[in-house]
Structure formats: C-alpha cells, structure tokens
Design a protein around this ligand. Sequence first.
Ligand code: 6CS
Ligand code: FE
Length: 289
Amino acid sequence: MLIDTDPYVSRGERVHVTERQDPVIYPTDHGTFLNREQIAFYDHHGFLFIPQFFSEQETRQLLAEQQRLWETSQSLDDPKIIREPGDETIRSIFAVHDHDPFFAELAHDPRLEAMARQILGSDTYIHQSRINFKAGFSGKDFYWHSDFETWHVEDGMPRMRALSMSIALTENYAFNGPVMVMPGSHRYFVSCVGQTPKNHYQTSLRQQRYGIPDHESLRWLAEQGKGIEMPTGPQGSLLLFDCNIMHGSNSNISPYPRSNIFLVFNSVHNRLAAPFGGTEPRPPYIATR
Ligand code: 6CS
Ligand code: FE
C-alpha cells in the first residue's frame, strides 16, 4: 500500500521552510484569457495585478453595491459578519458569493472564471468569499500569512491548487492599507509554530494568532530576492494571487476606506478533506465543502 505523507505539516513545535511540491500554473487546454507574459509573471512572482480591470460602469456598480451591503449589515447579528478587534466596526463579511445576489453573479463572472481555469488547469468552484471593508480611521491590519497554511490545516485543502482574486471596491492607495505581497514566496511553505485552539476562527478572523510565521522565516522570504510589493490602483482593479504567497496589510488610519472583495477559486480536483491539523472543520460560510 502506498502511504501518502502530508508535505505541508504545520502548527507543530518547530519552524521549518520547505519547497513547494505543487505547480503554480497547471497544464491546461483551458483557454488563453491571460497572455503568455501575464502567465509567466504570475508563475514567477505568485501574483498578477491588472489595474482598472472592470469597466467604469461596472466599477460604479461595485462601489454602490458594497456601500449597500455595508449599510444593511451594520446592526445585524450574523456570524458571517466579523467585527474589528476592540470595536464593532465591520471588518469582513463572509460568503457574499452565497448570500448576496449581486456578489454571487460577480463570483461567476465568465472573465474571472476563465482566468482561474487557465491558471489552475481545471474547472473551479468558490472555496471562500468575503469583503474586507477596512474602514477609514479604524480598519485594522492583517498580519503576514499564507492563506494555504490555514486552509490546509484548518479546512483540509489538500494541495496548492487555489488562488484569490481581490477586486478593489474603493481605491487602494499606499496609505489606506492595501495588500502587500512577498514576490516569489509562493514557492516555499513555512510551517508555523503553535497548537490550533478549538474554534480558532472565532478569534482568528478578527486577529490571527496561530498560523503566523516567525520573524526569521519572514526575513528570509523577503530577502530571497524580491522584497515586498504593494500593488495599488483605482476602484475596479484586480489582484490575482497564489494561495501560498506570503501577504498581509497594514491598518488604515487614513480617512479613506479600503474595501476589497476576495473570491477564492479552488480546483475541482482539490476539494476539501478532513482538516490536516486534526481540528473540527470550520463552518461552510468560511470554507465550502
Ligand atoms: O482564515 C482564513 O481563511 C482567512 N484568513 C486570512 C487572514 N486570510 C485568508 C482567509 O480569509
Ligand atoms: Fe489572506
């Protein structure tokens, strides 16, 4: 019998950095929405930024719809609505692809699906969606992390065959807490120290404490060549990034909200198994099963 050992063990007692065992671009006959240069850039750096991807009219609607959701969600008591640590300002709303007709349609935009299929080399489905509002003055940071580390350990995502698309719903400036990425970091898996507490998501989505890399590994990742990039641009810009790229963002003390929707596309050949860290699966509004 063949015994499969997990190549991406994390949340133990020791830090270690290992090489990625999976492709970044999967072989495909799934079209050519992105050109060769774009695919090569994504492969090499682990992300691709397309400023003003959406038309002016689409962008206006995106902005209005996120404003509508922000307003109608204020006083709702709903586990999908995550508040900032320390106050009640809305930080994220999860599963918008499932609960909001407008954003559900966006999640199935044929252009987005075409790009996801092209990179992941298969049909895809939405693993997770959320809007991170990052309100002016009070929106808090997201510390450095690899999404895959959490999705593997806490959700049972087997391999690195997923990607995020982040659409700027408000302009992302350098000063309102845009996403920062470490180019090339998607090629390494950083295992993190610490035992995942029970129901970790109830605190981690406000402020993450486990699944966080150590300083030495972060310094090494940043220094292995390419430093840190901060793709900024107007509303309607699109950031694609690999599930394992090291990324994070600063808090927002500017008066300008930084509101982005994140859609996570996973390959249909990479559906969730039991969480690799041995904890109970997180609720379906965080991880589609
Ligand atoms: O726990 C999660 O699934 C999430 N947490 C972060 C900080 N990023 C990705 C994902 O939404
Ligand atoms: Fe993330």
